[in-house]
Write a protein that binds this ligand. Structure first.
Ligand SMILES: [Ca+2]
Length: 510
């Protein structure tokens, strides 16, 4: 990707256009391009080879260079393998090298309950992986252990810890871990036989802590910020600790008392599906029930709890993860017309998006999956593993190619070339050849360079900004001797990758 240096090139190109329009190039496109280009600092939208599962991935976690995937599946298979081919048994849990993507031998099987791994999070030091879901048995090395919806593993050797073994009375849907506590959220009424209504805290070694809050409906997301005095939980609920609180609340990390509410943030028919944080903000993803009910994302200060922005793109959000100035999300966004840089309601479900953390604007990062299995909502889970974004979910394709339930996108290198547009040419004025084409687009670059080849040699290039829903018609006028014939071709580059060549078209000047 050509990042910040694009700005200078673009300004130069348009200055030239303004001065000599008649001789060179149309300023095809809209204002604000240079600004948008300067802000573009995303990951690439080019998927790396990734193993696949034969069912839905509900959770991904990263610790010490290992990515864990949990969900509802029976087998995994290598990148490129068709369903049923080259399968390796993995029951609802699998581990991969975060960088090479290779399958690792760590393979506890989760069965019983509904046989679903729903949430995973490592301890802050990465030594322990906490796993929650709906399961009653974990099988490791042929040995079955009776458990109750939440367990922990030592990441060094993938052994099931025998100390963290809470009796959680129903599905665990969210986990976060601090140095002092492991917070579980879900559907349950009790933990270890004690009242712990849909949220509970345990010590790192499994002792039930006094932290207690009563929540009336499912907790679907938890993000712990004990240094800010906050355990932020999200879900379907309408009552917390006896008071009317919808979908989002902050609790005291030790007592579970409510210490902040966020009235008006989440409308009544919307619920919180995802929470995440960085050093300064917390982020949420919402799912609304109905037409134009809040489906988007919110960024807010961890220190004050003050909201920084709300992005109301429609198409429910299932996962959010911040990384280097952008908030990456999994959704089925289909209408982002009210978000800066967003797209109109265009019948496309954009399953992967990036918002600027600074101002919420939609970044030029448009990798794509399909909806896939289950509710057909595409991505369900995201985690950064170093500089690689791992995504799991319901999808069965990535960029229209078969790839089931797992994929990943690195910070570099950019390997995706834009498609070359069709070039047409004509001459209606003596000594002038008019060339035109419709702008191409790129999944992770806002500005592309169009190169005209004349009579087999490079002639001239022009930069233009485009997005897949906004592709301007471009043109160039060449001045040549009357009655001379010339052959023109077009190619386009994102700065790293050159398209194929379209043409040549042969034009005889009038
Ligand atoms: Ca690119």
């Amino acid at each position: 990707m050509r990042r910040l240096r694009i700005l200078g090139c673009l300004v130069a190109a348009f200055s030239m256009v303004g001065a000599v329009t008649a001789l060179a190039v149309d300023p095809a496109g809209s204002p604000g391009r240079a600004q948008a280009a300067a802000e573009d600092t995303t990951l690439t939208a080019d998927p790396m080879p990734t193993w696949q599962t034969d069912g839905i991935v509900w959770s991904v976690a990263h610790a010490n260079g290992v990515v864990y995937a949990g969900g509802v599946f029976s087998n995994v298979r290598p990148p490129g393998a068709a369903p049923g081919e080259q399968q390796v048994a993995r029951k609802n849990f699998a581990a991969f090298d975060a960088t090479t993507g290779e399958l690792l031998p760590c393979a506890p099987a989760f069965t019983g309950g509904t046989g679903s791994v729903r949430a995973m999070k490592p301890s802050p030091d990465g030594e322990v992986l906490y796993v929650g879901g709906s399961f009653g048995t974990v099988t490791t090395g042929g040995e079955e252990t009776a458990v109750s919806n939440a367990v922990a593993f030592d990441t060094a050797d993938c052994t099931l810890r025998d100390d963290f073994r809470p009796g959680v009375a129903a599905t665990v849907r969210a986990v976060d871990a601090t140095a002092d506590a492991v917070y579980l959220g879900g559907d349950f009424p009790t933990v270890d036989g004690q009242p712990r209504q849909r949220i509970a805290a345990l010590g790192p070694a499994g002792a039930l802590l006094p932290f207690r809050a009563t929540v009336d409906k499912a907790v679907r997301a938890v993000t712990a910020a004990p240094e800010h005095g906050k355990i932020i939980i999200g879900g379907d609920f309408n009552t917390v600790n006896g008071a009317s609180v919808h979908a989002l609340v902050s609790l005291d990390p030790a007592s579970g008392n409510t210490n902040q509410t966020f009235p008006g943030w989440i409308e009544p028919r919307s619920v919180v599906k995802a929470l995440n944080r960085d050093d300064t903000n917390f982020y949420l993803g919402a799912e609304g029930d109905g037409h134009k009910v809040f489906d988007g994302r919110i960024a807010a200060s961890l220190t004050t709890g003050a909201r920084k922005w709300t992005d109301i793109c429609y198409g429910a959000t299932q996962a959010v993860v911040p990384y280097r100035g952008a908030l990456y999300s999994g959704s089925h966004a289909h209408n982002c017309e009210d978000t800066p840089g967003g797209f109109p309601d265009n019948n496309i479900r954009q399953h992967l998006l990036a918002n600027s953390i600074a101002d919420s604007s939609i970044q030029i990062w448009f990798p794509q999956t399909n909806g896939g299995l289950g509710e057909q909502l595409g991505p369900r889970a995201m985690v950064m593993a170093g500089d690689i974004l791992w995504t799991g979910g319901e999808f069965t394709t990535v960029h229209s190619k078969p790839q089931q339930s797992l994929t990943r996108f690195p910070a570099a290198p950019d390997t995706g070339a834009p498609q070359v547009p069709v070039l047409s040419g004509e001459s209606t004025t003596a000594g002038k050849v008019r060339l035109s084409w419709k702008a191409s687009w790129d999944r992770d670059d806002p500005v592309l360079t169009y190169r005209i080849i004349r009579d087999g040699e490079f002639y001239k290039s022009v930069d233009a900004q485009s997005r897949y829903w906004d592709r301007p018609t471009m043109g160039m006028t060449d001045t040549v001797p009357s009655n001379s014939t010339h052959r023109y071709s077009l190619e386009v580059t994102d700065g790293d990758n050159l398209s194929g060549r379209n043409g040549p078209v042969s034009v005889t000047a009038r």
